[in-house]
Write a new protein. Sequence first.
Length: 369
Amino acid sequence: MTSSPQTVLGLETSCDETAAAVVRRGPEGAVEVLSSVVASQVAAHAPFGGVVPEIAARAHVESIDAIAAQALREAGVGFKGLTGVAATAGPGLVGGVMVGLAFGKAVALARGLPLVAVNHLEGHAVSARLAAEVDYPFLLLLVSGGHCQLLSVEGIGACRRLGSTIDDAAGEAFDKIAKTLGLPYPGGPALEALAERGDASRFALPRMLLGRKDCDFSFSGLKTAAARIAEGLASEAERADLAASVQSAIAAQLAERSDRAMAAYAASHPGPLGGKGGLRFVVAGGVAANRTVRARLQATAQARGFSFTAPPLAYCTDNAAMIALAGAERLALGLSDPLDAAARPRWPLDEAAASASPTHVPGRKGAKA
Ligand code: KG4
Ligand code: ZN
């Protein structure tokens, strides 16, 4: 199906990255990232061991102009070359969300462009499509600092949640356990580096929710157990062993739940090769950067007959190219939002599942919040 080509400016300010990007989507759906600029605020938040909302919002205000200008310059298009503006409208730290969304509204108003108020999670959901041909539908594991969920993605705006965390997100667990190991913020990459020298079989850690019939996640028991073990550790080698054991336990849980979700997804997408051209599994979000996690998920997908796609690292963590693409796909379907679109601190992708199961509160908690 052909649709009008789109060149969209994307803006992302929902957490601690100020990001802008320009993405072009051709009439047949071919995707080209013309620029993707990410200014991380990690250094500003590191002394506090996590993201401080007020500092984040202020930093977004200070840099959004320059970052957006840089993205347009690097893309080689001016405002005149754009067909739309897409800004993250939630979920996230609302002070930051408002900065990017207000900037996007101003550009849309001044240039007479359509605005798309993008759900940040929908951005992660399409992120694999930035660098590879991944057709809808696919099964998505979204694992980041604020989110941990399995979604059946039928198309843009059509996600069904199969499972979600009942306490912490996987990235949050990485960050909090890293903190108890005395590692710097953000903890995930630091823990992965320490784990490289460790023995993953050294410490037995609880296998949370193992054997449960659903696709939900839980990491709080692991966090408590790891904190107790960490207290008694003397040597660097032992800390590396604990880091490796924790990483392996998180990867195992992600793989086990994904395996269950793959079985459910395959059953609901019958026909040769899963209906349209094969069964597809996609992992996205910051935790998808972890090599042990990727390897476990890839093996699980292979065993279930699913193809496996993980976005390149730059598109795993927060970025604006994924927001621009979500916007471009919406515009191609004729969807846009009014200029009074609200910033939403909470905004589940699958509203029906979220209200039916309110214990699974999506949104940002913990170290990233
Ligand atoms: O997607 P993202 O940039 O932000 C959110 O939307 O939350 O994800 C950030 C999260 C953090 O919790 C960070 O520790 C985790 O992803 N992360 C990792 C790795 N790289 C980033 N966790 C484990 N191993 C990594 N290599
Ligand atoms: Zn994110």
